[in-house]
Design a protein around this ligand. Structure first.
Ligand code: DX5
Ligand code: ZN
Length: 222
């Protein structure tokens, strides 16, 4: 089965929060494919970030899909609020609720696409039973909580395993890698089978004039 075209999803965690709307516009113009939004609750993750009100506030800044990564425990009570705020993809961690299949159904009932995110220590097999329900699989190549961490190379093997699993399923499921993605690690993730690259610090540096070149550097040589 053919892989999807490579997509770049800048994580606004690394953007200037005082100018969030302008930052979203800038990466849109610079050639981003998705806007990745990291939602952290200070409980599942050691950090606290943004809620549905901020997602709604930046929704008018772009037509690009909002790829919302819910690092929430529990995630279920917030699904509808994020969907109403403008999320197009909602991704949850299997550790963040006792009934992953039900959570995915609840996401799909909102009309959003459903994703599952795997922590570095969570095996690929955790999502095998729910593969049928998935539009996206997110492989965390850092431990959730902060931008600017170092890519964990052992996750490449997991990306390869998931690429095989997805291809065998015959389903159109995006395979996203998140954490420490930069021009050095991006080619490794792509070679392993990833087709969506999340990048925070590798995109949001050097000012808005640099964003297009930063995104291009992740796509590799043209
Ligand atoms: C980490 C987040 C990532 C993070 C990536 O918990 O899920 O999306 O923002 O940031 P970088 O690209 O700087 O590693
Ligand atoms: Zn993320």
């Amino acid at each position: 089965m053919a892989m999807n075209p490579l997509r770049i999803a800048p994580s606004i965690l690394a953007a200037d929060f005082a100018r969030l709307g302008a930052e979203v516009e800038a990466v849109t113009t610079a050639g981003a494919d998705f806007i990745h939004i990291d939602v952290m609750d200070g409980h599942f993750t050691p950090n606290l970030t943004i809620g549905p009100a901020v997602v709604a506030a930046i929704r008018p800044a772009t037509k690009l899909p909002f790829d919302v990564h819910l690092m929430l425990l529990p995630a279920d009570p917030y699904i509808e609020a994020f969907a109403e705020a403008g999320a197009n993809i909602l991704t949850v961690h299997p550790e963040a609720g006792p009934h992953l299949h039900r959570t995915l159904q609840r996401i799909k009932a909102t009309g959003a696409k459903a994703g599952v995110a795997l922590n570095p220590a969570t095996p690929a097999s955790a999502l095998e039973p729910v593969l049928e329900e998935l539009d996206l699989v997110l492989v965390m190549s850092v431990n959730p909580g902060f931008g600017g961490q170092k890519f964990i190379p052992s996750q490449l093997k997991k990306i390869e395993l998931l690429r095989e699993l997805i291809n065998r399923s015959g389903k159109d499921i995006m395979l996203e890698v998140d954490g420490g993605v930069d021009p050095q690690t991006a080619p490794q993730a792509i070679a392993a089978g990833a087709d969506v690259l999340v990048a925070g610090s590798a995109v949001f540096h050097g000012g808005a004039d640099s964003y297009a070149a930063n995104i291009r550097a992740l796509r590799g040589p043209a």
